[in-house]
Every structure is written in structure tokens, then in C-alpha cells.
Design a protein around this ligand. Sequence first.
Ligand code: 8OZ
Length: 366
Amino acid sequence: MSTLFDPLQAGDLALSNRIVMAPLTRNRASPGQVPNALMAEYYTQRANPATGAGLIITEATQICPEGQGYLDTPGLFNAEQVAGWRRITQAVHAQGGRIVVQLWHVGRISHVSLQPGGQAPVSSTARPANGKTYIAGGFAQVSEPRALRTEEIPGIVEQYRRSALLAIEAGFDGVEIHAANGYLIEQFLRDSINDRTDIYGGSIDNRTRFLREVMQAVAGAIGGGRTALRLSPVTPANDAGPDSNPQLLYETALAQLAPLGLAYVHVVEGATGGARDIAPFDYAALRRRYAGAWMVNNGYTRQMALDVVASGGADLVAFGKAFIANPDLGRRLREDAPLNKLDQKTLYGGGAAGYTDYPALDTVSA
Ligand code: 8OZ
């Protein structure tokens, strides 16, 4: 029987324990979408597996300029960004930690002010989402998208592949493809959003095609053992309406990816950052479609995490808010120590306040 504190080999990732820092958007990259020294400090504080995470998943990182949907999120598509990320991976590895980059394209969850040339964001559909994003000057309604032409889609798949290769160049241990939370890949997966009539729309096989092509391209470039996937089968995040048959959709999607031998699959259970029971979904049945390491996320307490690993319900547990407020969350979980409180006001944007100044246990008791 394994515990939360035992090592795990997940694909090519040799992890010291099962405690994962979830991907967390913090909007603190430098101009040019470049990772900086403050970000390096933040990740380094959480990198030592003895006190922090067994695995860090970075904040969502755009694969191309069109993939950006919020102010000051980092990118991974040019040399300057690679250099910025390399300082972070080196610092994390110096602590004995492991780190993968979460690669995303936001699709229609964007604003013209963030798009190259002020163009419309792209999606599976031309129908806008009802939602807000964060741009220079504050929150704004997302812009009306343009539906991608069939012949443009291979180019986006190629951007995922190139970004994954840059991730390896930057020293990452692997990549996690963000197919959750209403962003581009989910805009293809769900029939509540995807209204295409080409080979990327209609049947489940067609709606999972974009995901499948992205995963095949990335795994083909860097190896399946360094490639992971995040799904959120029933989240309503970013105006992602429910699919007409999420169980069949997501089970089919995973079954089709089985040959790739992925490092892990990461599932947001319920509404991202919210209710775990928002809609019925059989996560155990989903897991039966995939033989490798299984990561769960969404509102896990210490006891829930201990139980889910001990019972074999999951191999890895990702913690979001708790890792923002507790750089030494791993130690606190081990010692059953109290947790710092999260400050909501400093989540998105700003500097060190609410980012790198949450105290570790030693500091608290000193
Ligand atoms: C919060 C704010 C902005 C983006 C996600 C990347 O939901 C995000 C995100 C979360 O996956």
C-alpha cells in the first residue's frame, strides 16, 4: 500500500512523493510574456520535495502569441522565454525537485487587446463565450472569436509540438497539455461549444481529433513518458456548457490516447476551484481507460488526499490554493501542521506580496 509521502515513477518522471503543486495562473510574467526572477523565487520556494512538492506543474503557458488570454501570463515559443524558463528549471532541480510546464492555448477565452494585430481570437466556433478575462486596465468581456478553418488546425498542432520541444530545451522534466477549463482543446471536445461540420466536429471521434493530434504530436516529439494531460469532464469554467454525454466523450478520448504511454493523467473533479459534486460523473470508470499514473485535483484536504492515495483511488494529488499560501505545504501535510490562509486579492498580478512572502513553518514559530 502506498502513502501520499511515498515515491512514484510516473512515466519518465521519478517523483519523491505524491504531492503535486497544481497549475496556477498568477499573471506576473515580464513584458514579452517572459518568466522572470520573481517567478523563479516562487517556484524555488516550493521545489524541495522534503518540504514542498514532489512535482511542480507550472502555471498555464501559451504555446503561441494567439494562445494568450490574460495579461502577463508566460509564453513558451521563443528564445527569450526559453532562457527565462531555464533559470526556473535549474533552480527547481537544484532543490531536487521536478517540474513540468502546462502548455495551453486559450482559444476564445481571450480579448482582442491581447491578440497579435488586435485580431479576433480563434476557436472551434465563431460563437463567443459569456465570460470575463483580465487585460491591461482590469476585467473585460472576452472577444468574439473566429472559427478556425480546417486547414489551419495542423498549424496549431505544430505550435504545440514546437513548444514541447522548447520545454525540453528549457530543462523541463515534461509537459502537461491543458485540455481543461473551457480553453481551446475543450472548445473542440464538447458538443455544447463545438458546432463544426468538418472532421473536427460532430461525432465524438471528430471532436476528440484535435486533442488526439496534439497529444500524438507532442508525445512523438518528446516521448509519451514526458507527456501528460489535464482534463475537467464536467467543469463549467469559462462558459464551458455541459457535453451531452461527458462520460462517453472523455472515456473515448482517454482510450484513444492509451497507446501513447503518457506520464500521467490529471483530472479536475467537479467545478474547477468549486463544488466537487456539480454534476454526476464516474471518475473511476474514466480511470479504467488508462493504465498509467492518475492525478486528482479539486479541493482535496489533507485527510482526503491521504485516503485517496491509501485506497488506490489515485497515485498523485494536486493542491492549488494550499500551495499558493504554503510554500512548505509538503512538510505541513507530513506533520499535520496548520495552513496559512490564502489572500484572494493578490492571486492575479502584482509583485512579491501574496506571491513569495507567505511564511514557511520555521518563520512562523521563530
Ligand atoms: C484562473 C485565472 C486565469 C486562468 C485555468 C489557467 O482555469 C486557468 C486560469 C485560472 O485553467
